[in-house]
Design a protein around this ligand. Structure first.
Ligand SMILES: Cc1cc2nc3c(=O)[nH]c(=O)nc-3n(C[C@H](O)[C@H](O)[C@H](O)COP(=O)(O)O)c2cc1C
Length: 218
């Protein structure tokens, strides 16, 4: 019934909806692994790969996540909830090794390697003045890309997801006993949809274009 159906990227982008009603049908482990693999392949600044994920399946923990998400109860209806995080230490380490690797493989030239290394050492200095939480918010956009990879890949398995960012970050961390090295970027409930929402309103392309003041062209 729930067979894999590979979609084109265009089809996946157009078909995707935020799903807030799920069937109580379990999601096979291999599909969750495939989602994590899609996250793994996401691009990141300096190839730092700061994303880390907690896979939650048990009801008690899911309801605690609901409480940490302003009582958005649909989260607990999903058979699986992925807690999507940025790991601050992994980011710093991954950035340093990523820069070396990009330089060695010739993907970026020596001049850019030097600029990146300088910026990375500034980050180390900033670590002493900025909280890990502030750093976490900075690296969150890397995690966001990985999350969206999973969101789109989910469609290949007939799975629905919904980004949940309206969370009390500290409450999620306390639930798992994490320190501020893990910054919680979003929750991602995953399951078979029990609704087929219509597309939400989107702006027309023309409204997205920042025109030169005196011209009206792309
Ligand atoms: C960063 C981000 C945070 C979001 N947070 C929530 C949330 O906390 N709860 C929720 O129900 N939907 C959340 N959404 C889903 C949006 O409401 C949804 O993407 C938007 O209304 C467009 O609808 P669509 O995704 O079905 O196209 C979030 C989406 C994004 C990208």
């Amino acid at each position: 019934m729930y067979e894999t159906m590979l979609l084109t990227t265009k089809e996946a982008i157009e078909k995707r909806r935020s799903i807030r009603k799920f069937q109580s049908v379990p999601v096979p482990d291999e599909h969750i692994t495939a989602l994590l693999d899609a996250a793994r392949l996401a691009p990141s600044g300096c190839n730092a790969q700061p994303w880390r994920f907690k896979v939650v399946r048990d009801n008690e923990t899911k309801w605690k996540l609901v409480q940490a998400a302003y009582d958005q109860s649909f989260i607990a209806q999903a058979p699986v909830v992925l807690v999507c995080c940025a790991d601050v230490d992994a980011y710093l380490k991954g950035t340093a090794s990523g820069i070396q690797d990009l330089g060695q493989t010739g993907a970026i030239d020596d001049r850019i390697v030097k600029i990146l290394l300088r910026r990375n050492s500034q980050m180390d200095i900033q670590m002493k003045t900025m909280s890990k939480e502030q750093l976490g918010t900075r690296m969150a956009f890397n995690v966001a890309i990985a999350v969206e990879h999973m969101v789109l890949r989910a469609l290949d398995f007939g799975l629905g997801t919904c980004w949940v960012r309206l969370i009390e970050e500290q409450k999620v961390r306390e639930l798992f006993g994490w320190d501020d090295n893990l910054y919680v970027v979003a929750l991602l409930p995953v399951g078979y949809p029990d609704e087929s929402p219509l597309p939400r309103k989107r702006l027309p392309v023309q409204e997205l274009i920042i025109n030169d003041r005196d011209k009206n062209t792309i």
